[in-house]
Design a protein around this ligand. Structure first.
Ligand code: MRU
Length: 351
């Protein structure tokens, strides 16, 4: 099983990001050295996917702290707060961004002396823990899939969206290796085309058979009996088990329930937000109309047409069969089961 794709990495020259706007045509690496550049890269989707933007922000805190400390060693902690706020505001829905920044801020509060080395070590830990969690979720999620089948995924919840290996695509990688998946249907994922551009590319790197479908074909594929499981990632999971993910996920969950297809959400514990009681309180990002009315540089919509572009939706917990985390699998998720999962120290399997 391959695990070589990295969306983000730390180098001596700065933060290296694989520019996801250029994929699959060009694998271009951008090296960034300032917090402002990194916040803009997150906002403009150079790097995207909940865990990947959290990891990127953690590395950006290292850049910020080094710069502020060099400028004024006595007041750097005060000054760096503005950098953390800038990063936190880059995208609102994925809680992993705020989670990673809070973890870096907690360490900053304890530091004395040069903050660079300890902050870099912490950012590297966040990155390594994410990759390890993805491998564990891959095993746990693959164990839920019983026999060789076809699955459907939406958006890109792969190595490109995480520290490496992926959440939903991590499960797909593991299950494919175990002979449990024959083929992956990938929704193209309008409007940004994460499925067509990123998921199809990523699966092909690992020689996993992928069939691209228009988003509107997913329900018909279920009706035709082509899909046994829908497997997706998450940007934020509320305390009651409601899941925010890429726009279109909610519709897939409704269709899956109607057709008796399993619905699996794969996300690390860092995506759980127990501070949000209910999915309706999750902030949903709305992006510019240009993403809808244009395909690349070319305008395709009728001139004068208005547009509404919410890029995430919320799937109610009652439509989710399984949430897979690195601490265990929660079937028919609800508030009590998620609270118990968070309270556990050692990974149980809640099958
Ligand atoms: O707008 P994006 O591309 O950042 O949206 C990404 C998703 O919705 C993913 O499914 C989610 O972040 C999980 S990634 C492991």
């Amino acid at each position: 099983m391959q695990d070589s794709i990295r969306a983000v990495s730390w180098t001596d020259a700065g933060i290296a990001l694989l520019d996801q706007r250029q994929l699959p045509h060009r694998a271009e690496i951008l090296v960034l050295n300032t917090v402002r550049e990194v916040a803009e890269a997150i906002q403009r989707m150079v790097v995207r996917g909940a865990p990947a933007i959290g990891i990127t922000a953690a590395y950006a805190v290292v850049l910020a702290a080094r710069g502020r400390y060099a400028a004024d060693a006595s007041r750097w902690k005060h000054a760096v707060a503005a950098d953390l706020a800038l990063l936190a505001g880059a995208r609102p829905t994925a809680v992993n961004l705020a989670w990673a920044l809070q973890r870096m801020a907690a360490l900053i509060a304890q530091l004395e002396g040069d903050p660079g080395p300890p902050l870099l070590a912490e950012a590297r830990r966040i990155h390594a823990e994410d990759i390890a969690a993805n491998h564990r979720m891959g095993e746990l999620g693959a164990a839920v899939i019983e026999s060789p089948c076809e699955v459907l995924t939406h958006c890109n919840a792969g190595a490109l969206a995480t520290g490496g290996f992926g959440t939903a695509l991590g499960v797909i990688r593991s299950a494919f290796t175990a002979g449990k998946i024959r083929c992956v249907y990938a929704d193209e994922t309008r409007p940004w085309l994460q499925g067509a551009r990123l998921t199809a590319w990523e699966l092909l790197q690992d020689h996993i058979p992928v069939k691209l479908i228009a988003d509107g074909a997913a329900t018909y594929a279920m009706r035709q009996g082509k899909v046994r499981w829908v497997i997706v990632g998450a940007d934020r999971i509320a305390a009651n088990g409601d899941v925010a993910n890429k726009i279109g996920t909610y519709g897939l969950a409704v269709s899956a329930r109607y057709h008796g297809v399993g619905f699996m959400v794969v996300a690390p514990i860092s995506t759980l937000d127990l501070g949000i009681a209910h999915g309706s309180h999750i902030p949903i990002e709305e992006r510019g109309a240009d993403e809808l009315v244009c395909l690349g540089e070319r305008r395709v919509a009728a001139a004068g047409a208005g547009a509404w572009n919410p890029v995430f939706d919320v799937t109610p917990a009652e439509l989710i069969d399984v949430i897979v985390t690195e601490r265990g699998v929660v079937r028919a998720p609800n508030r009590e089961k998620l609270a118990a999962l968070i309270a556990t120290e050692t990974p149980p399997n809640r099958a």
